[in-house]
Write a protein of this length. Structure first.
Length: 515
């Protein structure tokens, strides 16, 4: 099976309820299948197999058409983050060298600037109202009506090209093949708890790897509600209007829901399960969610772009067990899913015993085969077929996986390892703290010193002494922050991950006298 087969298989099994809902639009799975086929036919008339087709858009039904229609043409869909600057987008596009940019009308100004900066771009297609001399997306699709079906791709052909968030430097291209994406999808379908009929809400940006899960919803015939982007009011409207039963959410999104005044009155009784992921869940946010929605089941998973989705899953039942027996188990991020293997290794790549923290390595058909045009990164990323995730984790005796920290986020202060997530988990329970990121700053004596970057709750005082006293009671001395910075917002990626590299760069610039 190929990624491009998903719409046809889904349409074959669809019921009357199997529809995509986006704002005031609603389309059947059969309509999605036909439009994907027309897109593939139209692209095959204009471009060569293997070329890259870039997409700059917020979530909408046309996004799914590109998800499946571009790979059906034997081409590689390059997904672009709508929050990036022109300079950042130009870097990615010049790395991918796409022939075509499909752009939502609201980003047409971006496209016009990029066309002058990216020599490979030969055409621009506009989703929405096109201006004179521009090709409208609907016109492109009409050109594919009656076009011969393109030759079927091979399962090892790349289907999607995503770019890492670039939190440690320039973003790296991650080509995912049909085999990778289908393996990731099958792993999810094997592991995740799912009922016969759900109404699924999708609100992550579709340029994020989280979009792979839409294939699961399609193949199961679920009604799917697409949100253009996350916004608390629109979320509550969607759940009430469509009777949403399941969705995934980022911890930052969940915190925003819990802080929204409407949380007390909105009818979310249709919800059965809420999955969370993309970044670590602060214990305080999880506690508040359990208190607000005691009947709602929670689950989480561990994955990343290079893994075509998730490789570990922590179920609703696991969360119930943790609540009833040991709250510390709520910090687990999952158990190995059936179709992927996970190891925890030391710096010499030797397997570590239960309880010891080391780097997480993953192997399986869903693991990508290498970064786009980056042999040096590939040499660093793989050992004997095992992918180095850059995450630090540990197993317990029940083989539950605990994510300790990102390897690059670990702070070494005076020769001691300080895991930033552990310090963050303590600070976020302080009543004045809304959000926190802990990073290392250069220090002449200790090598690095621990810094807490804090967004306070509205009206809370910036009281460093109170925060220090809080940490003294709960952390070893070398783990305590030596400095606190108070900010109005933490820099984040579109998927809600805090960009710690930006915080570290700012601290380093300050240490070097750069401000």
């Amino acid at each position: 099976m190929l990624v491009s087969d998903i719409p046809a298989v889904a349409a074959h099994r669809a019921t009357a309820a199997s529809r995509l809902h986006f704002e005031e639009r609603s389309v059947s799975y059969a309509e999605l299948r036909d439009r994907c086929a027309r897109l593939a036919g139209a692209l095959s008339e204009l471009f060569e197999r293997g070329e890259r087709i870039a997409l700059l858009s917020q979530n909408r039904i046309e996004y799914l058409e590109c998800y499946y229609g571009v790979p059906a043409a034997g081409m590689l869909l390059t997904l672009l983050n709508t929050r990036l600057s022109i300079r950042e987008l130009a870097y990615i596009l010049n790395d991918a060298e796409p022939a075509l940019l499909i752009v939502e009308a609201q980003f047409l100004g971006h496209a016009e600037q990029l066309s002058a900066l990216v020599p490979s771009l030969r055409r621009i297609v506009v989703i929405g109202e096109a201006q004179a001399g521009q090709l409208a997306y609907e016109t492109l699709l009409e050109g594919g009506r009656g076009a011969p079906a393109p030759a079927r791709p091979h399962e090892d052909d790349p289907a999607w090209l995503l770019y890492t968030s670039g939190t440690t430097g320039h973003p790296k291209g991650v080509p995912l093949t049909h085999r990778n994406l289908i393996a990731g999808l099958l792993n999810t379908m094997c592991a995740f708890e799912q009922r016969e009929l759900e109404v699924a809400l999708f609100m992550f940006p579709a340029f994020h790897i989280a979009g792979y899960v839409l294939g699961n919803y399609l193949l199961r015939g679920y009604p799917i509600v697409l949100m253009r982007g996350f916004e608390a009011g629109a979320y509550f409207d969607a759940v009430e209007r469509h009777g949403v039963t399941t969705h995934a959410i980022a911890p930052t999104m969940l915190a925003m829901l819990l802080d929204d005044p409407r949380v007390a009155t909105a009818d979310v009784s249709s919800l059965w399960q809420m999955g969370y992921g993309s970044s670590a869940m602060p214990p305080e946010t999880m506690r508040r969610a359990f208190e607000r929605w005691p009947a709602l089941g929670f689950s989480t998973a561990f994955g990343m772009t290079e893994l075509s989705g998730n490789v570990a899953y922590y179920s609703r039942a696991d969360h119930v067990h943790a609540l009833e027996h040991d709250h510390a188990l709520l910090s687990a991020c999952g158990r190995e899913m059936p179709l992927a293997s996970i190891r925890i290794v030391d710096s010499d790549r030797r397997d570590l015993p239960v309880g010891e923290a080391g780097e997480i390595l993953v192997k399986g058909d869903q693991v990508f085969t290498g970064y786009w045009r980056n042999e040096q990164a590939n040499r660093e990323a793989f050992t004997d077929g095992w992918f180095h995730t850059g995450d630090v984790g540990r197993f317990d005796e029940q083989r539950r996986l605990f994510l300790v920290d990102r390897k690059k986020d670990m702070i070494i202060s005076g020769g001691e390892n300080v895991y930033s997530r552990e310090v963050e988990d303590v600070l976020c329970t302080h009543p004045s703290v809304a959000e926190v990121a802990v990073v290392g700053a250069p220090d002449a004596k200790w090598g690095e010193t621990v810094v807490g970057v804090i967004r306070l709750r509205e009206g809370a005082p910036a009281d460093e002494a109170a925060l220090d006293a809080w940490c003294r009671e709960r952390l070893a001395g070398y783990k305590r922050p030596r400095r606190y910075l108070f900010v109005e917002e933490l820099p984040k990626t579109a998927s809600g991950k805090v960009q710690k590299a930006r915080l570290r760069q700012g601290l380093k610039a300050g240490a070097d006298g750069g401000g």
